[in-house]
Design a protein. Structure first.
Length: 454
């Protein structure tokens, strides 16, 4: 087949979303609906992708700046035929044009590829529905050849009984499409220029009209409200969970995982219930993710265990680490192999060396921590003076006593020990004990105040 253009209709306002965000920008699995459609279109290696937008100012083009797509505005919106017409000046005649919808996010590549297999004429994607209400009906003759599409509002009772409906998705030779669109009229129940009227025109010109059906009904479902969006979100998540299971990942409950991006798992990965993955997450062999953990844009190497309720954001975790429960790795954290980060420990922009441990209640920010370091409970790096941030360096084999404050910039030397409760403001020498602590005293004559009975 000749070169391919894709026209994506995305001008609808989405009144029933009750939102100030244009409908097609609402997110499904962490990505706007129209992005799902554009990504699918891009996989067809088209010559041109053209998005027809309307409501929400430049919000739709702005949301797609990273795509090699073109944008045309449709204002006012006079129907689906009128919408496609807006894109025609951008399309060359020696091509085919595929029409997709920005609010129909789950159409599969394989379905569109099947349409291309049906030859050079007009190809319609149709589906048989038990309850066809609201859709345009596919009218066929006695030889089962498509004659036209009739919209619900224009249909006779007999036509309304037809269960084969128009999904809206179609493929047409561009030159013919252009001529058909130029002949559209709006004398119908809705006073709109119907894209569907091109079918009767093709039939009149003996251009073959063929139909194709998707493998799954959800591929053609459009979103008009939050309820329909939620249904498609669950379908997407189920599909993703099934794909993970099919590749050998163990999911405690495939209905209780949410992936809003990509999740790549090695062998024998276990994921407990309620976890959310976003961005691109990579889990190595034997990684275990505890319940209700939230992981964004991170890689976790083999044999690492993440206990429940941990947050890992834009971080790199080495092999055989222990994280959580209730750990928080903020952006720029890197854990080397065998590191331990326990409950209520927060790391930010910090490197924790091989075999080092911060097991309880600490804040380690803007720090470089060597190997085999022990960070006692309650240790805090004071990295911020209200205006500037400073680094803390803790060299290999250091031992930081509990409840220590390290006032950055500061370096704790190799093998140094810091006494518990110290406030460290200057660099500490290697291999020595450093502590800053007021002397403990006892007052033998002191008496505890007593309440006077009234
Ligand atoms: C359309 C089809 C109908 C099909 C149904 C599938 C026509 C005339 N009818 O009906 O046969 O069964 O889709 O859902 O094509 N849009 C624009 N600009 C416009 C009008 C629509 O961009 O001027 C976009 C909408 O945002 C939406 C899509 O086109 O994404 C379909 O429009 P809608 O008004 O929902 O079409 P239906 O009347 O449902
Ligand atoms: Ca309509």
């Amino acid at each position: 087949m000749s070169a391919l253009n894709v026209v994506i209709l995305a001008a609808g306002k989405g009144t029933r979303m009750y939102s100030s965000v244009p409908k097609v920008l609402h997110k499904l699995a962490g990505k706007s609906m129209v992005q799902h459609v554009v990504d699918c279109a891009m996989a067809l290696a088209p010559q041109q992708v053209c998005v027809v937008y309307g409501h929400g100012g430049e919000a739709v083009p702005n949301a797609l700046v990273n795509y090699p797509a073109q944008f045309v505005i449709q204002e006012p919106q006079l129907g689906t035929g009128h919408a496609v017409q807006q894109a025609m000046p951008l399309l060359s005649d020696d091509s085919h044009t595929l029409v997709l919808y920005g609010d129909v996010p789950l159409t599969q590549l394989s379905t569109l590829q099947a349409m291309f297999g049906l030859g050079d004429g007009l190809v319609l994607l149709t589906v048989n529905l038990t309850h066809p209400t609201g859709y345009g009906r596919i009218v066929r003759n006695a030889n089962n050849e498509v004659q036209c599409i009739v919209e619900e509002k224009d249909a006779t009772p007999a036509q309304r009984a037809i269960c084969e409906v128009n999904t809206g998705i179609l493929l047409a030779p561009t030159a013919l499409l252009r001529s058909w669109l130029n002949n559209l009229r709006c004398e119908n129940a809705q006073g709109e220029y119907y894209l569907t009227d091109i079918v009767a025109m093709a039939v009149a010109q003996n251009v073959p009209v063929r139909t194709c059906q998707p493998a799954h009904e959800w591929e053609i479902h459009g979103v008009n409200n939050k309820s329909q969006l939620a249904v498609l979100e669950r379908i997407w998540q189920q599909n993703y969970a099934q794909a993970l299971l099919a590749k050998g990942t163990t999911l405690a409950d495939p209905a209780r995982i949410d992936v809003r991006g990509t999740l790549t798992c090695g062998k024998d990965v276990f994921i407990d219930v309620g976890c959310i993955f976003s961005g691109d997450v990579v889990l190595g062999d034997n990684v275990q993710i505890g319940a209700y953990s939230i992981i964004n844009q991170a890689s976790i190497a083999a044999n690492t265990q993440v206990a429940p309720y941990s947050h890992i954001d834009q971080s790199i975790v080495g092999e055989n680490c222990r994280i959580g429960p209730y750990a928080r790795l903020r952006p720029g954290t890197e854990l080397h192999a065998d590191a331990h980060v326990g409950n209520f420990v927060e790391l930010k922009n910090t490197e924790l060396g091989q075999g080092s441990k911060a097991n309880h209640l600490s804040y380690l920010g803007d720090s470089t921590i060597g190997q085999r370091v022990n960070i006692g409970a309650g240790t805090i790096t004071c990295n911020y003076d209200g205006a500037n941030k400073f680094r803390t360096v803790i060299e290999d084999d250091a031992f930081i006593g509990s409840d220590t404050q390290l006032v950055a910039p500061v370096t704790v030397g190799k093998g140094a020990t810091i006494g518990a409760g110290s406030t460290i403001t200057r660099n500490t020498p290697e291999a020595q004990l450093t502590l800053s602590r007021s002397k403990q005293i006892s007052i033998p004559t002191w008496q505890r105040p007593v309440k006077i009975k009234k």
